[in-house]
Design a protein around this ligand. Structure first.
Ligand code: CUA
Length: 183
């Protein structure tokens, strides 16, 4: 058999792979399986104990409908402009809409109050984007067709960046927004 044939994928490779696994291999397969189960159990544990893996309110949404809701949200709560971009300050307790689209976050600047609760709705008008709040490391996928609602209570004041952490095309790197949390 030539070397070419052996690597064709049609001809079985030479070897003894059909023999029962050796003792060491069986041990490692068990170790790997148990470790998988440990990590699997940690997912709900991180949610309950670690404050990670937040549960949200997910629903399907037509991208055009989400764009319309976001436009309405912007016109309802717009308080000014910065470089031609609306600055939006929703009242405490309100629904906040943040739209990801190629290649901006809209509205680009959100003003929130420290200690107030909001429901942050994230969705996309086109392709997958990634909501990443810098520097506090909150990361959520922003998916077209799905509204991901997250209950948030800002607990520190200051300026935070919203960056896109999912490659979404040529302008991915310019997709930067801002959340300003005031006391
Ligand atoms: Cu949006 Cu990368």
């Amino acid at each position: 058999m030539s070397n070419q044939e052996m690597h064709s994928g049609i001809v079985s490779p030479q070897g003894i792979w059909w023999q029962p696994a050796g003792k060491q291999e069986r041990v490692w397969v068990r170790v790997a399986f148990i470790w998988c189960m440990v990590l699997f159990a940690m997912m709900p544990l991180w949610h309950l104990k670690g404050g990670q893996n937040p549960t949200g309110i997910r629903s399907k949404v037509d991208p055009a409908a989400f764009v319309a809701r976001t436009d309405r949200f912007v016109s309802d709560y717009k308080v000014g402009e910065e470089n031609g971009m609306p600055v939006v300050a929703p009242p405490p307790g309100s629904d906040v809409y943040l739209l990801g689209r190629q290649w901006q976050w809209y509205p680009q600047i959100l003003k929130l109050k420290k200690g107030a609760q909001y429901t942050l709705h994230l969705s996309s008008a086109d392709v997958n984007h990634g909501f990443s709040l810098y520097p506090i490391n909150v990361n959520i996928q922003v998916v077209p067709g799905y509204d991901y609602g997250l209950r948030v209570t800002p607990n520190q004041s200051g300026d935070f960046r919203v960056i896109c952490n999912e490659f979404c095309g040529i302008g991915h790197h310019i997709m930067v927004g801002k959340v300003v949390v005031e006391d």
